[in-house]
Design a protein around this ligand. Structure first.
Ligand code: NAD
Length: 513
């Protein structure tokens, strides 16, 4: 049964049933109020933990600061070795961790396992990176001088994560931060806190086996108030925050006021452009998966389809037919495509959006609604919906974190579609479905998509860890994961060495004494 599966997973992950309100693990303690984690799948209480008080937080900072002093001295490839071992532990525990992700957050088991796979992949990436944290050398204008730059560890990296990727986002940050020589403090979402305990247990085991201090990886538990301990704290030079644009505006301002660094990964309003040259089958698969995968709770979920008028009816009919095939229910049952939303507040926002789009003049093609009856007792299961709408509608401009797809029509050439695509405040992911080279290249050009991610003949949703991940405008401008995203976790230093007996000044300035 589901209950047995989850009990088994929790046991394998060392997450105890915390009935006395205390938490497991050295650095996951807290003396604050009890947080209860309920599953959106069946409404069961999964476990309890205690939140972190300010006093607890001071202890965590001290642990992290002490750990940093030794960790930063370890050669980067040796830090990579620890990350390699962590990746191997994740391979061993992929199944139970994927199950916990699926049960606590509500995404399908396949997606839960996929999330753990992303953690493994970023570990592999980081291990290679640990031998490549390189700067440049430059030619000095002064004779007998050498100039180069190098990257040093930054210190404590504060990670604030959203509920929808309760484990991968942490790994994206922490694997890079660790090889960079940083130590981390993670505040996971209060909506999926047990996932963070499981992850902490895994890394704590690896650190212990290697006689390293657990302060290299720390977690703190609680809501935004606990997050604010870090955002206001100048002992935490970098805050990497993933979540809503609303949160990012507050965090960006708070960290900016103390001139700290922030890496912001915020909301999206992602669109697929469907041109007259699009492959219909690929379009439908890409759009449906993008819109209903994770019940529309991905930052890269497809929210808008911008369809050329000549394709409009064909795409619309195919989508409505495809939505009829969707099976909604327990996400741990692999027969189902769509699981629940995270909680009832999310359901309210979904219902509100459906009301709003009609009020603004839109038309529901697939009506949606909250499912009731056997298997749907939590009240968190909703029917994915499709609405015909216009881009300027307030509700279309807003990211509703639920499976609602807006169909928008364009006429004329591709530039009109690009204008609609870019005509929102967010700038995360975008895609074009076309077999026309000119359209595809224009979409990718400087006059094309203004998003951090732009795809051709792939949907908006999901990304590989090898590329830098993030978006522009109200998505926050941060980049994490692959490419050279590691640079944000390090401080750059320019070094000039004079190996002569003279002291020539730069720019030919003379200063004789
Ligand atoms: P949320 O903004 O409600 O919460 C995210 C995290 O921020 C939580 O841990 C929360 O406790 C913390 N937080 C909130 N206010 C804070 C404050 N003032 N100071 C410090 N911490 C604070 O987001 P959510 O509902 O958990 O997640 C959904 C949102 O996340 C969506 O908008 C989605 O697009 C976005 N998201 C973005 C990415 C990305 O990479 N761009 C990835 C995943 C999710």
């Amino acid at each position: 049964t589901l209950k047995e599966t989850i009990q088994r997973a929790l046991k394998k992950l060392g997450v105890k049933q915390l009935n006395n309100g205390t938490s497991t693990g050295f650095n996951s303690f807290g003396n604050g109020e009890v947080i209860k984690s309920y599953s959106p799948v069946d409404g069961e209480l999964i476990g309890k933990l205690t939140s972190t008080t300010k006093t607890d937080y001071e202890q965590v900072i001290e642990n992290a600061q002490t750990a940093f002093k030794s960790w930063r001295l370890k050669p980067a490839p040796q830090r990579g070795e620890i990350v390699r071992q962590f990746g191997n532990k994740l391979r061993e525990l992929k199944q139970p961790l994927g199950e916990l992700v699926s049960y606590e957050m509500g995404k399908s088991l396949q997606e839960g396992l996929g999330e753990v796979q992303e953690m493994i992949d970023i570990c592999d990436f980081a291990v290679g990176l640990s031998r490549q944290l390189h700067g440049l050398t430059m030619h000095s204008e002064r004779p007998g001088h050498r100039m180069y730059e190098q990257y040093h560890p930054l210190g404590i990296v504060g990670i604030i994560s959203a509920f929808n990727f309760p484990v991968a986002v942490w790994a994206w940050n922490t694997a890079l931060a660790w090889v960079s020589g940083d130590v981390c403090i993670w505040k996971a979402s209060e909506k999926a806190p047990l996932c963070s305990i499981a992850c902490q247990n895994i890394i704590a085991g690896v650190l212990k086996e290697n006689n390293l201090p657990e302060g290299i990886s720390n977690i703190i538990n609680g809501n935004y108030i606990v997050g604010e301990f870090m955002t206001t704290d100048k002992r935490v030079p970098l805050i990497s925050a993933t979540g809503s644009t609303r949160m990012g505006k507050i965090v960006g301002k708070t960290v900016g006021e103390r001139l700290g660094k922030s890496l912001l990964e915020l909301g999206g309003n992602n669109a697929i452009i469907v041109t007259p040259d699009a492959d219909l089958k690929m379009t439908v698969i890409g759009a449906v998966f993008g819109a209903v995968g994770t019940a529309g709770q991905r930052c890269t979920s497809t929210r808008r389809l911008i369809i050329h008028e000549s394709m409009y009816t064909k795409v619309k009919d195919a989508l409505v037919a495809a939505y009829k095939q969707l099976r909604i229910g327990n996400p741990l049952d692999e027969n189902n495509h769509v699981g629940p939303l995270i909680d009832k507040d999310a359901v309210k926002m979904y219902q509100n959006a459906l009301t709003k789009v009609v009020e603004e003049g839109g038309k529901l093609l697939v009506e949606g609604g909250v499912l009731t009856g056997k298997g749907f007792e939590t009240g968190c299961y909703v029917q994915p919906a499709i609405a015909e709408a216009e881009n300027h509608f307030k509700i279309v401009q807003h990211e509703t974190f639920a499976p609602i797809l807006y169909l928008l029509k364009y006429t004329g050439d591709i530039n009109n579609a690009i204008e609609i695509q870019n005509g929102v405040n967010q700038g995360l992911s975008s895609a074009i479905m076309t077999n026309n080279l000119r359209e595809a290249e224009l979409f990718l050009s400087q006059a094309g998509s203004d998003c951090g991610i732009a795809n051709v003949n792939i949907g908006t949703s999901g990304a590989e860890i090898g590329g830098a991940f993030g978006g522009e405008k109200e998505t926050g401008g941060g980049r994490e994961s692959g490419s050279d995203a590691w640079k944000v976790y390090m401080r750059r230093q320019t070094n000039t060495i004079n190996y002569t007996t003279e002291l020539p000044l730069a720019q030919g300035i003379k200063f004789d004494l």
